[in-house]
Design a protein. Structure first.
Length: 296
């Protein structure tokens, strides 16, 4: 089965940006593009609260079809080299409809803000819920460059925390960098809180052997990259190892990147948390599209 790339449209400018981004990825990955729009409510009810009159529902259906039509137009470039496009108009809450689609999708793509009440907020409620609960990688499209400033030559950036949760993100990052024929920047950031007492050098355990720490952290990154570099020999990898907050370093790298890839949850925090602090921070502050990959 050739699982599609699914993109949600709600009529907003950000959602059309998401369609354009998803269309390009669908062509590169040789996957169909599935455009989804949602109408809240059903023909007989609205929000399970009151009956929606037939003319009102007909107007909503027309609005939904118009969103799909605009999405299809954004997906198909003038050159005719666009992906195979299918459409779906769902009835109900957008989150429920998109999450249902995620079960059989290669990737789910959403804009960072929509047309809801909080459209001027940092991140839309639909986008947030999708990231938390989707069953496939989720791309949140934000801060696309203008047409006279193409992003195609920019690198792909991936966050590597040294844990097994990095592996799905590395898989997506290497594949994307290879398909786009760009450099991959692998970022491994560490902080004092993650350091073992093995690096303490004085009797009180206060000072750190910084040289030993740096060597160990470089080794962590090299170990995680080794197998993937063998699988993708065409991808040039630049390693970045820093003593800093991971999110802050990834945000810095996002200024000149076309995509940042991270796992949904990292090595820190509580296992019950659905979204790690680094991913959550990037959702609000990344300066390019963000791909969040869940760990199986």
């Amino acid at each position: 089965m050739n699982a599609p790339i699914v993109v949600g449209v709600d009529g907003s400018t950000r959602s059309l940006d998401a369609v354009r981004w998803a269309s390009h990825e669908a062509v590169l990955r040789r996957r169909p593009l599935h455009i989804v729009a949602a109408i809240r409510g059903e023909p007989s009810t609205y929000g399970n609260a009151f009956t929606l009159a037939a003319p009102q529902f007909a107007a909503k259906r027309r609005e939904g079809k118009l969103r799909l039509s605009r999405g299809r137009a954004a997906a198909l470039p003038a050159t005719g080299d666009g992906p195979v496009v299918t459409e779906h108009l769902g009835f109900g809450h957008p989150v429920d409809i998109l999450l249902e689609q995620s079960a059989d999708s290669a990737m789910l793509v959403v804009g960072s803000r929509g047309l809801g009440r909080w459209a001027d907020g940092i991140l839309g409620s639909v986008s947030t819920a999708i990231v938390l609960h989707a069953r496939c990688p989720v791309a949140v499209i934000r801060e696309l460059p203008s047409e006279d400033e193409p992003a195609r030559g920019r690198p792909v950036v991936v966050g590597v925390d040294g844990s097994e949760h990095s592996e799905p993100a590395l898989a997506q990052a290497f594949e994307t960098a290879s398909l786009h024929d760009v450099e991959l920047v692998a970022v491994h950031a560490w902080s004092d809180s993650h350091l073992s007492t093995a690096f303490r050098t004085d009797p009180d355990g206060e000072s750190l052997d910084w040289d030993a720490v740096a060597i160990a952290e470089h080794a962590v990154l090299a170990e995680r990259l080794a197998g993937w570099k063998d699988q993708y020999p065409d991808v040039v990898v630049r390693r970045v190892v820093v003593h800093d907050n991971p999110a802050q370093e990834l945000i810095t790298e996002s200024k000149s990147a076309q995509l940042v890839v991270v796992g949904r949850r990292g090595r820190g925090g509580f296992k019950s948390m659905l979204l790690g602090s680094t991913s959550r921070n990037l959702l609000h502050r990344a300066l390019c599209p963000l791909l969040i990959v869940t760990h199986p």
